[in-house]
Every structure is written in C-alpha cells, then in structure tokens.
Design a protein around this ligand. Sequence first.
Ligand code: NAP
Length: 319
Amino acid sequence: MPFFSGRCLSTVKLLGKTAVVTGCNTGIGKETVLDFYKRGARVVMACRNVEKAEEAKNEIEKVCINESEKGSLVIVKCDLTSLKSVHECAKNILDTESQINILVNNAGVMMCPKSETEDGFETQFGTNHLAHFLLTLLLLPRIRNSIPARIVTLSSRAHSRGDINFDDLNYRNRSYSAVDAYSQSKLANILFSKELAAKLQEYNIVGVNTYSLHPGVIKTEIGRHLNDTLFRGARQLAGIVLAPFMKSPELGAQTTIYCSVDEKCANETGLYYSDCVVTKPSGKACKDEDAKKLWEISTEMVKLGDYNPFTARDPGIKQ
Ligand SMILES: NC(=O)c1ccc[n+]([C@@H]2O[C@H](COP(=O)([O-])OP(=O)(O)OC[C@H]3O[C@@H](n4cnc5c(N)ncnc54)[C@H](OP(=O)(O)O)[C@@H]3O)[C@@H](O)[C@H]2O)c1
C-alpha cells in the first residue's frame, strides 16, 4: 500500500446536508457513504442491487453504532444500464429529498465484454457517462436550490489512453476493445464535469461546483470482468502484479471525500484531482470543443428534448 497516498484531512461535519452516491454497495462508493454518514449527512444510496445495498447499509450502521453525530441512510434503486431506471431514481429522490448538497457519480463498470444497455448504448459509455449525465441534469434544479453544492464524478487515469470517437461512440462500426471503451467513458466523465462547470458559469449559477477525479489503483471489485475479456486468471494476475501499488477502498475514497467536503477546494470548479490535489488531465480532456460536442450529443442520446436543467423549475418534494 503506497505511503504517499493523499488524504482528506478536513473534519467538517455534514449535519443537515444530503448526499447522493451512485453504486455504493461496495468499493469506493461504500467507503464514501461511510464517511459522509459519520459526518452526519443523510445519504441516499443509489444502487441497482437493492439487496446488496441493504447489506452495505446494515454494515455501515453497525460499524458506526457508537458514533455520536451520525446521519441517516436511505436506499433508492438505480440501474444505470437503463435510462428508465435513472428517470425513476431521479423522481424518487426529487419526491423525497428537500435538498441535494452533494452528488457523487461513483458507479462504474470496467472492461466488460461487448454488450449494450437497455437503450442500445455500449455498456461502459452508457453506464459510466450517459446515465450519470442524465441523473445529474435531472437532479440539477434541486441541486441549484441547495447551495453550496458539489457534483463529483469519478473518472480514472485510464482516460489518458482514451479517445472520444464521435463517429461511433457505441462501437457499431469498429471492432470492440474493452479497454478502449472504458477509457472513452472515463474521458467522457472529465469532459462532462468540465463542461458542466462552464455551463453553470454561463448561466450565472453560483455555488454549484464540479469536480472529476482519479481515485488511485484501488483493491475493489472493479476488475470483475477481466477474466471474461482478457483470459482466465487475468483478474488474479492483475491483483498480484498491482498489489504494491494498490490502495484500500478507504484510501481510495479520500479524493472523492476531499472533493465533496473539503474547505480547501470549496472555491474550485471544473478541475480534475488525484490524491487530493488538482492534477492536469491528458490533453484530450482539456479540449473545450470536444467537451461541448460531447454535451450536445449526450443531450440527444438521453433524449432531454426541451428540458433545460439550468433554468428548469425545481418541482419540490411530494408532501
Ligand atoms: N478501483 C480502481 O482501481 C479504480 C481506478 C480508477 C477509477 N475507478 C472508478 O471508481 C469508481 C468506483 O469503482 P470501484 O473501484 O469502487 O468498483 P466496484 O467495487 O466494482 O464498485 C462499482 C460500483 O458500481 C456499481 N455499478 C456498476 N454498474 C452499475 C449499474 N449499471 N447501475 C448501478 N450501479 C452500477 C456496482 O454495483 P453492483 O455491485 O450492483 O455491480 C458497484 O456498487 C468507478 O467509477 C471506477 O471507474 C476505480
């Protein structure tokens, strides 16, 4: 385990604040929920596997039994391979949560075999980018009403070997590469976070900041597809080769927590972080024209129509 790993040292409390974290029944997301809960936040766990989410919730509550200022945990179903599920998840949250101060777009799938989401998108692009794009924009009217608010999106250093292939985002006319598709989706995460910051500024929306990040190389379940896409034993081999560089999920959550709560980055937006410091992403992640183009295409792909998340009225909670 590396000794130089960044840590969020802020002791800020989140009493009275609400956070939404996607894909948090395990790995980095689960550690993030644990931290927010200890700080007193109400945390909405947006997970596709509700049973597994219940187990994670129970475990977190058990670990924190003696904490004095803990918050509360609720589970909302959210399958990011289905835009219908994303719409239902957003509606559930908007119906019940009067504020959203932190949104963490954490869930991710890495190097899965070639497959499509319910809506016909390549699975990694659809899950890691498009579904989070849609969820964020559906929740934005409430987030705008919950300032100061932060939108944190997990990318990966793998973005640097990626390209956004605007002619064939879904691998219809080129041979599929599981690693390239993951890198494309993680590059999209950074471009989205950057363009969201730019758009918020264009609309003079102050107090909603965006952050994207690389969490490090973390010992989680992210390699679950390696044996299927590479060769039998690849996951175990990767575990052995990468062991000296691997961090625990607790350390892996530190940059997410830093971007979500730390006072030091409270006035930063649109930037990319690693080990709790601002880091320059690859040149491809800095291209304004690509960020704008991806935004336009993503808007069409998730069928946002006339909905403008920057001006739309907050529907308010259901009484
Ligand atoms: N671990 C690393 O070394 C590393 C490095 C760079 C970036 N990252 C990024 O960090 C983030 C968290 O990954 P992790 O390492 O914690 O991986 P993980 O242990 O595999 O956790 C991923 C989470 O995402 C959820 N998820 C996957 N597909 C989903 C879907 N269709 N709908 C809803 N939830 C879904 C999983 O839920 P299920 O259990 O239901 O599948 C799980 O809760 C990802 O975005 C990943 O790309 C990780």
